[in-house]
Design a protein around this ligand. Structure first.
Ligand SMILES: *Cc1c(COP(=O)(O)O)cnc(C)c1O
Length: 415
């Protein structure tokens, strides 16, 4: 058989054997909580592996036990997701937040220090500053515009440098599309490493993955997704995923087994269907985004467009952009010439484009970060990060770009 080079060629078939399911071309939904063992010996062997009592033998596959531990829909989905990020293993969760909180809980213990980029997703921010803080996990946030030396100084000034256990970043930063250098963050984990125990680097890749950015290649230990966004892509489910190297992933999977926050067979089945069109959806979205950004940048009511395709070669971000991303993506933010009331008039006048949070779906969505997704952030910090009342975030869908531009053009007149 010839070598298959492109993950999209395998999204319909990989990891599924029709002969095990009456020849069905598509995997059925394995709506079952438990699986029958052929013999008691087999049941014992499966449990020994699942509970880490012994290592898997060469060519041994973990048999099906119970749907909190494994299920065919979950396993097929995890195997297919591994292909995009070239990961050793994947764990799919019932939400992006459960993926994120499981990683934070596994790699941080009371007294440890977490270094994270700013801003992070609102739910992540809340988990860090409330739950983790209350159990004694310290955290330091840095902005995308702060360089390596400044970040090192922040950590050293805290006196907690010996406690650094995890670096967690989101790039491009939501909603401003500011970039963070993954390799620079990896070098921070090396700089502060004290002994054998390594400091892990986790990257929330929801905005640009799994198609256009592969953080594991740049030194990340774990890559995290809200699969609710591009991977699901139809605004009809909530899910999350974590991928990475085998040693980190076995820890994530064991904690998932005991928190019980894996995705259900039905959600996994829907995600398998989504993966078949992932590439063509994302490519069309990126193509339309390019046309929309070109329209916005020329519009007299628009002051600035934050879109990766408009980063100037003279900007320090340009090298990071070229190194980390193979496309400018399909997320655009822009500053309108006006205040909150003007922004709201614009939002209220759109008709094809829907006013809703979330992103990455087939339908275009628009929202006002300062008063919606990022309302909880301290106002000084919001201004420093460019989240002003002028800022609009636009997630480009698969509608024809001409129709999207016509809708925007009409609504911009209201400003
Ligand atoms: C939506 C989102 C999350 C949270 O995911 P849920 O699936 O809503 O739990 C985390 N990170 C980013 C960047 C997101 O956009």
């Amino acid at each position: 058989m010839s070598q298959i080079k492109h993950p999209e060629s395998l999204m319909m078939t990989h990891g599924y054997k029709p002969e095990l399911s009456e020849g069905a071309v598509k995997p059925p939904i394995f709506q079952t909580s438990t699986f029958a063992f052929k013999t008691a010996e087999e049941g014992k062997a499966f449990f020994e592996v699942a509970y880490g009592i012994r290592e898997k033998e060469k060519n041994e596959e973990l048999g099906l036990i119970y749907s909190r531990i494994n299920n065919p829909n979950l396993q097929i989905l995890e195997e297919r997701l591994c292909l995009w990020d070239k990961a050793d293993d994947c764990a799919v969760f019932e939400s992006g937040m459960s993926a994120i909180s499981t990683v934070l809980l596994e790699f941080l213990k009371p007294g440890d220090l977490l270094l994270h980029s700013l801003p992070v997703y609102g739910g992540t921010d809340h988990f860090i500053n409330h739950f983790l803080k209350e159990i004694g996990v310290h955290s330091i946030g840095f902005r995308a515009d702060q360089g390596k030396d400044e970040i090192i100084a922040l950590i050293e000034e805290s006196g907690l440098q010996d406690k650094l256990a995890l670096v967690y970043i989101e790039t491009p930063a939501n909603p401003t599309n500011t970039l963070i250098d993954i390799e620079m963050c990896k070098s921070l984990t090396e700089y502060f490493r004290r002994d054998e125990k390594s400091i892990k680097l986790a990257v929330d890749n929801t905005y640009m993955g799994p198609l256009w950015s592969h953080p594991l290649k740049h030194g990340a230990d774990l890559v995290i997704y809200s699969a609710t966004k591009y991977i699901g892509g139809h605004s009809d489910l909530i899910a999350g995923a974590v991928l990475g190297k085998a040693d980190s992933m076995s820890r994530v999977k064991v904690l998932r087994t005991f928190l019980g926050n894996m995705a259900s067979p039905h959600t996994c089945w829907l995600l398998l269907r989504s993966l078949e069109t992932l590439k063509i959806r994302m490519e069309q979205q990126a193509k339309s985004a390019e046309a929309i950004a070109a329209f916005l940048v020329e519009h007299p009511k628009v002051l600035k467009v934050h879109y990766l395709g408009l980063i100037k070669e003279s900007s320090p971000s340009y090298a990071v952009y070229k190194k980390q991303y193979s496309s400018p993506g399909a997320m655009i933010a822009f500053d309108i010439d006006g205040d909150e009331a003007a922004a709201f008039r614009f939002l209220n006048k759109l008709s094809l484009v829907k006013l809703a949070v979330s992103l990455g779906s087939t339908e275009s969505l628009v929202q006002h970060p300062a008063s919606m997704t990022h309302i909880g952030i301290d106002s000084d910090l919001k201004i420093k990060m460019g989240i002003s009342e002028r800022l609009i975030r636009f997630s480009v869908g698969v509608e024809h770009p001409e129709d999207l531009i016509a809708d925007m053009s009409h609504a911009l007149e209201a400003i």
